[in-house]
Design a protein around this ligand. Structure first.
Ligand code: CMP
Length: 140
């Protein structure tokens, strides 16, 4: 077990329904701390660059279009095993497969409008955090 940092995004379907506070409360209650957070509107170029790893997937264009339909909240979470812990709290990508009590089970509308994103591994977390935040903005 180690103290890790991970990138989390509250997606447009969740900001539109005013779920930011409820999602943040779940993250804090699970022992994760916020070391950075900001509300932004992604440009099409930013959405495409962020999801570059998925550019060959059939859902890439729809996903990028969805991510610019409204504001998102990008945040850096810190805690013991933060990457795995955040993914546990989020639940499976497809809300139909998500465990009871997870964010996606309780809030997601579909596999695309699935309320939250979380980094899936340490190297991805480092890349995704640097995509949105400078070192100066990470306040532990
Ligand atoms: P996220 O964790 O943000 O990473 C990529 C996103 O693509 C994923 O959540 C889903 O919202 C979205 N997506 C849409 N369709 C699919 C699919 N068939 N398989 C995986 N991810 C999908």
């Amino acid at each position: 077990m180690a103290i890790e940092r991970t990138l989390s995004i509250i997606k447009p379907d969740a900001t539109r329904r005013n779920l930011t506070g409820q999602i943040n409360a779940r993250l804090e209650e699970a022992g994760l701390s916020f070391v950075a957070q900001k509300r932004v509107r992604l440009t099409p170029e930013q959405a495409e660059a962020f999801y570059d790893v998925h550019k060959e997937r059939a859902f890439f264009e729809d996903l990028c279009n969805f991510m610019i339909t409204g504001p998102v909240v990008v945040q850096v979470l810190e805690g013991e095993d933060a990457i795995a812990k955040n993914r546990e709290i989020m639940g499976a990508t497809n809300p139909a497969n998500a465990d009871a009590g997870t964010i996606r089970k309780d809030f997601a509308e579909s596999i695309e409008a699935n309320s939250v994103h979380g980094s899936d591994a340490p190297d991805t977390a480092a890349r995704e955090i640097a995509f949105f935040f400078s070192e100066l903005e990470l306040v532990g």
